[in-house]
Structures are given as C-alpha cells and as structure tokens.
Design a protein around this ligand. Sequence first.
Ligand code: MLT
Length: 206
Amino acid sequence: MLASGLSYVHRFVPARGSGTPLLLLHGTGGNENDLLPLGEMLAPGAPLLSPRGDVLEHGMPRFFRRHAEGVFDEADVARAAEKLADFVEAARVGYGLEAPVAVGFSNGANIAAATLFARPGVFRGAVLLRAMQPFATPPEAALAGTPVLIVSGAADPIVPAANAAGLAAALTAAGAEVRHEVIPASHGLTERDVTLAKDWLATLLS
Ligand code: MLT
C-alpha cells in the first residue's frame, strides 16, 4: 500500500492480524522495496513500514549525507533523525500503528541508531545490522528499557570493530538493553543475521 502526505516515499504492508510494526530501513543504494522480504521473514504477518532514503549520493538513496565512507555529516545525521522520527509519528497516526521496532541495515542501521538517541521512545526497539556510531558524541538520551540488538560482522571492511563496540557502549550508557553479537561475516547480511534477528524479535514480541 502507498500513501501520500507522509514525508518519505514509502511502502506500507498492513498486518495480517494485529502486531507490532517493523520499520525497515535500507542500506545505501537501496529502496523501499528491498527489505520487505526480510521483514516478512523476521516477523511474519506484522505490519511493515518501509521508507526510501531521500538523500542521493551519485543517484543512490541514503538517509543522510556523508563526507566519505564511514565519515558522516553529523548535522545532516541530526536533521535526518528528526525527519525520520516525525515520519514514524505521522505514519502511526495515519495507519493506526503501535510504536515500531526499527530494523536497519548499514546506512539504515545508522539512521535508526541516530533516531534512538535523537527521539527516545519513537521506537519500541531496534535491530541494527552492521551499524556504526552515528555521532562521535551522542546526544544525552534516556533509553531505559529500550531493547536493541546489534549484529556486527567480524570481517566487515566498512565498520571497524571498535566503532560497533562504541555504539553498543553508548546505547548501554543511555540505558538501553543492548545485545551485541559479532558473527563471522563481512558487511553483507547472512543467514545468521536473519536467525538472530528473528529469534530476538520473537522473544520481544511474544
Ligand atoms: C553509512 O554511510 O551509513 C555507512 O558508511 C554505511 C553505508 O555504506 O551505507
């Protein structure tokens, strides 16, 4: 289903039954269709809300600007986090949704992490696949009780291990209930990501 009046081009797949929605956030060069099959695998029948990043880098959609790979324009990260939070709040009203669990990959995981810090409470929880620290110094945030799963690749050439560990530490310091898994993988998603995320979500949403 498509709807106008919301700030991102997006896809919305209504629930079969009721359920906590997943907010699906694609990586650089992706679009609103990419993660719909993953969402259906992770939480079959859940409502799926999937925006397309509106920043173009050589024609590739992303959610915020960067100066180079892994070097972020933090003012634009902050802008995009506010925009995504506003989008989620508008979509909740428009589609009659509970607070979603964000499921982000790469650039999508990074904007999800930024939004956790920028607008605590907008997500019920978050699955961050190959995430990095979106802010060198994250804003103060009260994330007590917010569950977050981070899955990092031990051989990821884009996300340094210390950076992912720093994100886990920053979220934990803000009060989030963080589980950080480092798996034998590169930057791309693997079956292990799907299994970890599906099991974690099943426990959260049961
Ligand atoms: C980012 O720009 O968010 C990260 O470098 C990951 C990516 O390549 O999208």
